[in-house]
Design a protein around this ligand. Structure first.
Ligand SMILES: NC(=O)C1=CN([C@@H]2O[C@H](COP(=O)(O)OP(=O)(O)OC[C@H]3O[C@@H](n4cnc5c(N)ncnc54)[C@H](O)[C@@H]3O)[C@@H](O)[C@H]2O)C=CC1
Ligand SMILES: O=C(O)C1=NCCCC1
Length: 317
């Protein structure tokens, strides 16, 4: 049998081929399927082992390995993502990611693609799905804590999917928040403190590399929805104990949250539901209460995106 050479897709190609509008329904379906684990057959439908994380102590970083197989869709995929605690002023990226798409029958790699654009887009779309389900009715104020790549993709996705009257941003260094405000396509108010940005907001997105809480429960308006995207290590925090214990907590994967989320593990907060269970209608969306969606990222989210990118690329050949 002839050998095949994988297609190589660079960041700008992936960015262009991955259209945000195509992602919402596909990611909702994947999250729902992941959380349907009642029968043996259902459990075998989505194979997603817990992320393996290799510490890169010398560089204050980690390499995360995220394989996934979706049986019905026949998508076999693996992402490698490295992430680092960078010093202020360091110009190396905080994240680098590559996604491999494989032929599940033969086992060969069919495409090697940049995983950074996939990670940025799919994470923001999953956050927006949580907001759609869990934010209070008539949400008017969006607050973003952090001003990096995820802040940008969340701004873009949230402004495309919702109509907030006011959007606020806070970053540790005010000039970074100002730079962010200049770079986005639309209005955003720069706040001098996380407290000023968060108080009174209906939806708060935390997208920082913080290892200590940046958002305190005492600042959060009752009934608000918090989307916590950072703090993906068992000893890292973005949210304080008050918030974690007061809120109804939703996650992408229970197994992942109890292994990787410092906010869940160290606060001792109980996870109420996976987002997929809300999508499936087996758990309630308590949107009238204060809610937290603790996002950690899943291999199936990358798998769905990689397949979409590859299919679009093939269509254009
Ligand atoms: N849940 C998920 O699926 C994913 C989560 N992430 C996580 O999201 C977070 C944001 O990622 P990116 O925007 O790509 O990173 P980035 O490096 O582009 O931006 C990080 C932001 O955090 C701020 N920051 C760094 N240390 C801080 C501290 N101690 N206190 C407050 N702010 C601090 C920086 O100033 C910057 O605004 C990271 O924690 C990352 O690991 C990233 C990808 C997927
Ligand atoms: O899901 C991902 O991709 C990531 N999650 C946690 C931090 C690094 C990237």
């Amino acid at each position: 049998m002839a050998t095949t050479v994988p297609v190589l897709l660079a960041r700008d190609q992936v960015h262009r081929l991955l259209r945000h509008g195509d992602l919402v329904s596909r990611l909702e379906a994947a999250l729902g399927k992941f959380s349907r684990r009642g029968s043996e057959e259902e459990r075998e439908e989505v194979v997603q082992p817990l992320r393996t994380t290799v510490p890169l102590r010398k560089y204050r970083g980690y390499l995360g390995l995220m394989p996934a197989y979706m049986v019905e869709e026949d998508i076999l995929c693996a992402k490698m993502v490295s992430f680092y605690e960078r010093e202020e002023g360091c110009d190396l990226p905080a994240h680098e990611a590559t996604v491999l798409l494989l032929d599940p029958q033969r086992g060969n790699v069919t495409a090697v693609m940049d995983g950074t654009a996939i990670t940025e887009k799919r994470t923001a779309v999953v956050s927006a799905i949580s907001a759609k389900l869990l934010m209070p009715a008539r949400a008017e104020v969006l607050c973003i804590l952090g001003s990096g790549s995820q802040a940008a993709s969340h701004y873009e996705t949230f402004t495309e999917m919702f109509s907030f009257k006011e959007i606020r941003v806070w970053s540790r260094r005010r000039e970074r928040a100002e730079q962010f405000a200049r770079s986005v396509q639309g209005p955003v108010a720069v706040c001098s403190s996380a407290k000023d940005a968060a108080q009174g907001a209906d939806v708060i997105v935390t997208v920082t590399m913080a290892t200590e809480p940046v958002l305190l429960g005492e600042w959060v308006k009752p009934g608000a929805h918090v989307v916590a995207v950072g703090a993906c290590r068992p000893n890292w925090r973005e949210l304080d104990d008050d918030l974690m214990r007061e809120a109804t907590v939703y996650v992408d994967s229970r197994e992942g949250a109890y292994k990787e989320s410092g906010d869940v593990i160290l606060s001792g907060a109980a996870v109420f539901a996976e987002l997929g269970e809300v999508i499936n209608g087996t758990k309630a969306a308590q949107s009238e209460k204060t809610t937290v969606f603790k996002s950690l990222g899943m291999g199936i989210q990358d798998a769905v995106c990689a397949k979409l990118v590859f299919d679009q690329w093939k269509r254009q050949q």
